[in-house]
Design a protein around this ligand. Sequence first.
Ligand code: LLP
Length: 426
Amino acid sequence: MYKEKAEVKYYMDNYYSEKTNFFQNTNPMRLIEEYGSPIYVYNQRVFRKKCREMTSLIEYPNFKVTYSIKANSNLELLKIARKEGMHADAMSPGEIFVLTKAGFEANEIFYISNNVSRKEMSYAVERGIMTSVDSLSQLGMYGQINPGGKVAVRLNPGIGAGHHEKVVTGGKKSKFGINLDKIDEIKKIAKKYNLEIVGINQHIGSLFMKGDAYLTGVQSVLDSARQFENLDFVDFGGGFGVPYKKQEGQAPMELEEFGFKFNDILTRWVDQYGKQIMFRIEPGRYVAAEAGILIGTVNAIKNNYGIKFIGTDIGFNVIKRPVMYESHHDIEIYRKGHMVKSDQGETVTVVGNICESGDIVAKNRFLPVIEEGDLLGVMDAGAYCYSMASNYNNRFRPAEVLIEEGGAVRLIRRRDTFEDLIRNFC
Ligand code: LLP
């Protein structure tokens, strides 16, 4: 095993995958030789560890983590999340379907609907899946579909957080949730259809590194929750961030103190409410992001009017976050044969193979001198990367590979094929 590793020369500065032994007994070259390029590689050990960091966040006994599968819904990862004792939230009938295939029971799924059709809402109701509605109009729709039923409502506490305005889901500019001053109207509609409001949920946004806004949101939603007499649960949403700039030394979120404060707010509230209701959180990114690395290949290098472009096969059909949110992902370089010298760096722009100039993975990034044929590892690519991939330009979505805890490597989703591209034509 050592020999196999020795033939791979790495970018050594802050070499994260080496420090964490991400590739275990295999290495990026071997993976690309076996499965082709590009590929998403997931590490089961890391994924489990992240699940456990969330499930042990607070001491309060009636606490549940619902994994937000929009971050990554590969069936194998979902099965691991379930084994770790997590429930899951779903945003669409498709996500409910996939969760069912992964073994989740109806009572382990929380359907957080947003502007859905009667047909979509019925899909969840018919399966006995707890549903959250996020407008008065959809509460009315729910009442018509399932009079006398139990339902959850999504509140918008007027507070938002997130790494980009596109992912701030609470606050005054967001389409989500029902304003706190509409609680009387919620109750009126509930009464009309004999509905029982058993759950309150919210999600203020995605990717914060400090928990202050989250805890303010927790406090705010709990203040409102008091107005509902018969709650079974309050769900505070996800948003827990991961450090995407590890090569610059960015630290992870401080969970211990956060968990302590969070726990304190909950236990005090429960004492007043008089019922040990269930509290839930919905992390997606935190669980999946660091468990994945995207590996791609450098196919061409050129200099255009002073900009050095590193041309790869990881265009925005494969990884969209940098284009969509100008997100940063650390990049590592893997090379067979001779060492990547980290002291000889230069500023380059790493691009993909899609026919748009905006097809950029990393703009003006200082990296060691890259050569054609090098492999690039895009770090923290386990969340919102494959799940946002597409067939734009009729390119294939990549394969996904899992490094199991014992070191075995397994293909867990094959790459698209030419046939997949024409499958749905009539
Ligand atoms: N719950 C609800 C209702 C959500 O809308 C989301 C994410 C989550 C939970 C999970 O949030 P997380 O823990 O993963 O931050 N594509 C964007 C992120 C969009 C998040 C959408 N909602 C990105 O790549 O950064």
